[in-house]
Design a protein around this ligand. Structure first.
Ligand code: NAP
Length: 335
């Protein structure tokens, strides 16, 4: 079977040429676990940091041996678990860039293929969706009358944040994204009130115009600098969710992410650090709430998808350069 690995250790922003597709034997089934036929593979920004051993959740994979880290959706072909059998559909954050994955029981979550398209479990029903839900409903507690701002708004986290904020009663939802196509997606598909293109001259003025009454909640995906811009528009007692610093993931050294604490004090703001691992045990609760939103058309599935495991490096390079529009997903095999 095929597996995608690093050709050698890297300390730069990953590009397609850093990866090799190799042939390896089929994996052995663990004593309490499964072998999964990988069908959909999720590509996520944290993997860029993982490859350089700078991520809190995973160690860097060994070149020419280990698969690249990745969440997967797939079908069980062998099982030693009492409650998971051959043919069952599962999700795991411990899959990887490969055709068949051996996964221990504690990393396996059974999914119901009838409630939504299977690839949604990599995106809006997967880790990025759970992240957006956790930030909006559990940390910021968005409700009636809130005005919410989120950056990287065209991606699966940012898009989910805005749509769930609207579902929960926000009166105004504003996004920030790079380029007119992404902004059109955010406004027309995700239904935000406004999306500001930060690559355009004068965008800071546009942001002010998009938030005439300020904001009560901001959700930060990109950088401390963007968080401080958001805080500049915050009303007193605003809540901020600090979720990601994607602009710094590829720097040579760890950045310091300076914040203006005086402004936090002056605004009486409450800032919440978000780590999605804390919410993994509530994944099924999230899916039960969100699957009907998908069926009702309130939560959209937008994917930047390619077929074939061998295309994972190309799509990943696009993600690393911020060129993805929606959730980056590789379909490894037919459902
Ligand atoms: N805390 C947690 O537990 C947790 C869990 C999941 C995800 N996250 C974080 O949430 C954020 C969004 O994740 P996502 O999966 O939805 O990603 P995504 O939005 O699909 O992709 C990242 C986006 O970030 C923007 N970006 C800004 N500066 C960039 C740069 N220097 N290099 C590359 N991209 C840049 C790009 O959009 P624009 O062109 O619009 O700028 C890019 O498309 C990331 O920071 C991720 O690490 C955190």
């Amino acid at each position: 079977m095929k597996l995608v690995t690093l050709k050698s250790a890297i300390d730069h922003k990953p590009c397609a040429n850093d990866f090799a597709v190799i042939e390896v034997p089929m994996p052995q089934c663990p004593s309490n676990g499964v072998v999964v036929r990988v069908v959909h593979l999720s590509l996520d920004p944290y993997v860029g940091s993982t490859l350089r051993d700078r991520h809190m959740g995973h160690n860097a994979p060994t070149p020419m041996k280990d698969p690249i880290t990745g969440g997967i959706v797939g079908q069980v072909v062998q099982s030693t678990m009492p409650d998971v059998g051959e043919g069952d559909w599962v999700h795991s954050m411990e899959g990887g860039w490969l055709e068949y994955a051996a996964i221990d029981a504690q990393h396996i979550r059974k999914i119901d293929p009838s409630i939504a398209p299977l690839s949604a479990h990599a995106g809006v029903l997967g880790m990025p969706g759970l992240t957006g839900w956790a930030g909006i409903t559990q940390l910021a507690n968005v409700g009636d009358g809130d005005t919410v701002l989120v950056d990287a708004a065209a991606g699966p986290v940012g898009g989910t944040v805005g749509q769930i904020a609207r579902i929960k009663g926000a009166k105004r939802v504003v996004g920030i994204a790079g380029g007119p196509e992404k902004c059109a997606l955010v406004e027309n598909e995700y239904g935000f009130d406004k999306c500001v293109d930060y690559k355009k001259d004068g965008w800071r003025d546009d942001l002010g115009e998009a938030l005439p009454e300020g904001l009560s909640v901001f959700f930060e995906n990109v950088s401390a600098e963007m968080a401080m811009i958001a805080l500049g528009h915050a009303n007193l007692y605003a809540r901020g969710v600090l979720c990601g610093l994607v602009d710094a993931y590829q720097t040579k050294t760890q950045s310091q992410h300076a914040m203006n604490i005086g402004m936090v004090i002056g605004k009486r703001a409450k800032l919440h650090g978000l780590v999605v691992y804390d919410f993994y045990e509530r994944w099924n609760e999230y899916i039960a709430e969100a699957a009907p939103w998908i069926r009702e058309g309130k939560l959209k599935i937008v994917e930047d998808r390619m077929d074939g495991l061998e295309n994972a490096p190309i799509l990943f390079e696009r993600l690393m350069n911020g060129q993805n529009k929606g959730k980056a997903v590789i379909t490894v095999a037919a459902e």
